[in-house]
Write a protein that binds this ligand. Sequence first.
Ligand code: UT7
Length: 336
Amino acid sequence: MYNSKIIGLGHYVPENVVTNDDLSKIMDTNDAWIQERTGIKERRWVQPNTGNSTSQMGVKAAKIAIERAGIDKDEIDFIIFATLSPDYYFPGPGVQVQEALDIKTVGALDVRNQCSGFVYGLSVADQFIKTGMYKNILVIGSELHSHGLDKTTRGRGVSVIFGDGAGAAILSRSDNNESGILSTHLHSEGKHAEELALTTPGMGKRWVNDIIADNDPDDVSYFPYMNGQFVFKNAVVRFSEVINEGLQKNNLSVDDIDMLIPHQANLRISQFIQKKFKLSDDQVYNNIMRYGNTTAASIPIALTEAWEEGKIKEGDTVVLAAFGSGFTWGSVIIKW
Ligand code: UT7
């Protein structure tokens, strides 16, 4: 059995900074509320006609990751793309990356696991590498939320939270058994699918034709819905469980964690986990203040930044953990 190791990381965020004060000009909200409830100060939102889409941001992040990995694009054996906001409803953006990077006709898999998407993608890549099937896999998480949010007071409970951006990693076969991905842990609980979804609870399955036929200006079924407090309560429980599961599997304790990178859902959730596990500020990386919640992109963006800032060093135990819509959740335990 082979080992798998992250050998390159990259991220891209659009230039356009949207502050909480900017939002208060278009809906009934304010900086104090947003900071107090979420920790977010600003986020990046793609401006129209800037040539940025979910796939294109993913490509920009991927180019950096490939360069830092020191491999040629033709050495990539497989592409995994995690997003809930694809350029097209179908096909998914994996194939667009294959085309844009002019990679040979390797497989391209699209992952639909929302906030846990990158963790799910990394887990799939890890299995392919450990079994010897592939050598280098490009894993991308990218989101363009801003074009699909209800930016009125009606949607403020959701729209102030989400931001745009992309992150990417190259996972590669390694002969070093001392480092790499130690284990991954994935979960789901579909009975809560409608608590955070692009649907209106109780409305059932609605297709484009239903929405057009109703022609109802108050129809919000094409905007994301989130039962914030319910999601929050489940998140703190599941984050804790899945981090513990990963530690136990590898006979590690909380003291062994050098860096925890939680999905950037809400600063209060990260702080709750930090307190529960008695971790210091140096042991948890957060950037939600600057980017908001970028769903599948949040972990690869945060991982890239933490690495760029020298906060992840060889030999460190790094824990990635995510929770979100589905519900789905998961963790990855890495010896860097
Ligand atoms: O990444 C996927 C996973 N997602 C999460 O983990 C999100 C988890 N949930 C949360 O982060 C929080 O529940 C939110 C940040 C979404 C909301 O915070 P909250 O403390 O749960 O607030 P709330 O929804 O209970 O709303 C409290 C009040 C309400 O007013 P009333 O009914 O008390 O008069 C809302 O209408 O705050 C109001 N409100 C706002 N006020 C100003 C909701 N959104 C806003 C807003 N600005 N943007």
